[in-house]
Design a protein around this ligand. Structure first.
Ligand code: SF4
Ligand code: SF4
Length: 599
């Protein structure tokens, strides 16, 4: 049976067919749909699926299952791998028993990330095998092979995909077969206890495994050599798919080295290629991983071929590649003149559409409440990762810093140590609070940092598509779960001032904000209001004749449902969700519900 699937779904079906037993992860674009697909198609509940509180936890749960002989898979985006790097680095020395895939989605561009890091390089750093698909079909096939390699070598295997693989569609063959699970359970053995002396021995074993893997990968169907000539191209990941398209379009044949397993590098195959070459152009997004390996190997070739790529300025070192970009590079490499009509067409500029908080988003009210309460004070707003990073935009301008998950609370503490007279506020979402917020709260209490933490609790992981978390009362498998109360956690950490409020009740929210900031030592305000996307809209509002066109509503809030027409503010009732925030800022009560006046 064939189905039209995105790459993440193809990977999920690859795992289901391979008989995966346990799947864990933390949501993050562009990886999220993989775990969601497994949860959705796991109708008999045979596979255990969980959204874990963070990537480190997710990786450790998957590792535990693999210790017991299961096939496990953990999913995350590239920055999530930084959080999970501690257990991953050790796991390469300890190894696993069943089979384990670490699925990491990289984000060249980037579209929704703080870094353009390359997980292929991380795999090399961690001494782990890496698979790098060039299409959704190949990604599905690689899952099965990655489980096999993981089991045969007793190592976790990284399956790294990029945004265009994760999110592009392809017709994928689904077999409907599921390999039987063979988890035999945990067997006690000293190998599971990491000690320095064992680490030394395991390091030597690991180096031998890498050599063996390099030989195996030279014979793998995911790596290939094709074509004849003295000028060739090496390509990896989606860049290989783009190259094939360009070669078809230009109707050219040339030697191509395709690399689907960038680590350990398939050296025998690469040497066979290099020995025939005078010049090689390397096409790969993000880091020059293949380029560096080829350059190193080429030093032993006589004559030494010239390796062109990012390091020589022939390819861009940052950003996403495209068919057009590769066509230009290939034409330059082969001295093919781009015909006038083939020259890159300048597309007309799209109208600017800066990202904004949704109409009716409670975060807008939370930011506005604190901004109002701080008026006249010197204040720094430390932000965090989530929809609420958009508080950075005008007119709110309530995100002065944003570094990584959980960093708002701790950056605020560092700022406080240097500028104790400044009001230091840290905003964090509910999912991010569970992810990496709690240690920062404990640190603030332990070291008595005079900061105010504002938890924006909208009861979901909104930015990645509404995944559940420990505060939502449900699991990834749709089961009921205990609701972990953020207020109780914060109190248990020893915070002296903890108050919950509804940010859409503006007066009350401003009063709580003032009280929290006056408290000496760490204080926490939990603004509870559901994500606007998850509730039924209320009665939309409109602006009546009492409006004096002061523009305060537009100037202060930046709600996308409001716009100016003929010098007067208006509300687009199809966008307005009736949150009533604007009606509370209007000085003359001119904003009222459609179909009824308010006082
Ligand atoms: S705040 Fe009120 S009076 Fe001022 S522009 Fe908006 S609707 Fe009109
Ligand atoms: S009530 Fe006002 S602030 Fe809320 S969504 Fe409608 S226009 Fe925007």
């Amino acid at each position: 049976m064939k189905e039209l699937l995105i790459g993440n779904e193809a990977i999920a079906f690859g795992a289901i067919e391979a008989g995966v037993d346990v799947v864990t992860g933390y949501p993050g674009t562009p990886s999220t749909e993989m775990l969601e697909t497994i949860a959705r198609y796991n109708r008999d509940g045979r596979i255990y699926v969980e959204w874990s509180v963070d990537e480190k936890v997710a990786l450790e749960v998957a590792a535990g299952a693999a210790y017991a002989g299961a096939k496990s898979m953990v999913a995350m985006k590239q920055v999530g791998l930084n959080v999970a790097s501690d257990p991953l680095m050790s796991l390469s020395y300890v190894g696993i028993k069943g089979a384990m895939i670490v699925f990491v989605a990289d984000d060249p561009g980037p579209f929704s990330s703080q870094t353009e890091q390359d997980t292929r390089a991380f795999g090399k750093f961690a001494n782990l095998p890496v698979f790098d698909p060039s299409s959704p079909e190949e990604a599905k096939e690689m899952v099965k092979e990655a489980f096999k390699v993981s089991h045969d070598f007793g190592l976790p295997v990284i399956l790294r995909a990029t945004t265009r693989i994760c999110h592009s569609c392809s017709t994928i063959e689904l077999t409907g077969r599921v390999d039987a699970s063979k988890a035999e359970g945990f067997v006690k053995d000293q190998r599971w206890v990491i000690f320095p002396s064992l680490t030394y021995k395991n390091h030597l074993v690991l180096e031998e495994k890498k050599k063996e893997l390099s030989r195996l990968f030279s014979r793998s169907s995911f790596n290939s050599l094709s074509g004849y000539g003295r000028k060739g191209i090496a390509a990896s990941g989606v860049a290989y798919a783009y190259l094939k398209e360009v070669m078809d379009e230009l109707n050219i044949e040339l030697p191509v080295l395709k690399i689907g397993t960038p680590h350990p590098f398939p050296e025998d195959l690469a040497l066979k290629f290099l020995n025939e070459m005078e010049e090689v152009l390397v096409l790969e997004e993000l880091y020059p991983v293949v380029e560096e390996q080829l350059r190193e190997l080429s030093a032993g070739c006589k004559p030494t071929p010239l390796i062109l790529g990012k390091k020589t300025g022939h390819m861009p070192v940052a950003g996403e590649y495209s068919v057009e970009l590769i066509k230009k590079a290939v034409c330059a490499f082969l001295a093919i003149e781009l015909q006038e009509e083939e020259a890159l067409v300048e597309l007309p500029q799209l109208p600017p559409r800066p990202p904004v908080l949704c109409a009716g988003c409670p975060h807008r009210a939370s930011f506005y409440a604190f901004k109002t309460a701080c008026r006249g004070k010197k204040v720094v707003f430390s932000g965090d990762i989530g929809c609420y990073t958009l508080g950075n935009a005008k007119p709110l301008e309530t995100v002065d810093t944003c570094l990584c998950m959980g960093a708002g609370i701790t950056i605020a503490q560092g700022l406080h140590r240097i500028e104790p007279d400044t009001v230091n506020l840290a905003f964090i979402g509910d999912s991010t609070f569970f992810h990496t917020g709690i240690p920062g709260i404990i640190n603030a209490v332990y070291n008595n940092a005079d900061i105010t933490v504002v938890v924006l609790d909208n009861r979901t992981t909104a930015m990645t598509g509404n995944q559940p978390h420990p505060g939502t009362g449900r699991t990834a498998m749709g089961k009921e779960a205990p609701i972990i109360d953020i207020g109780e956690i914060v109190k248990a950490c020893g915070v002296g001032y903890v108050k919950k409020a509804d940010p859409l009740k503006l007066k009350e929210a401003v009063a709580v904000a003032k009280e929290a900031m006056e408290h000496k030592g760490p204080s926490v305000v939990i603004f509870e209001s559901p994500c606007a996307q998850n509730i039924k809209s209320g009665t939309p509002l409109y602006i009546d004749e009492r409006c004096i066109a002061c523009k305060k509503c537009i100037r202060d809030l930046g709600c996308p449902a409001m716009y100016m027409e003929d010098g007067k503010p208006c509300i687009d009732s199809s966008q307005c969700n009736g949150c009533n925030l604007c009606s509370q800022v209007c000085p003359v009560n001119a904003i009222v519900p459609v179909g009824g006046e308010q006082g």
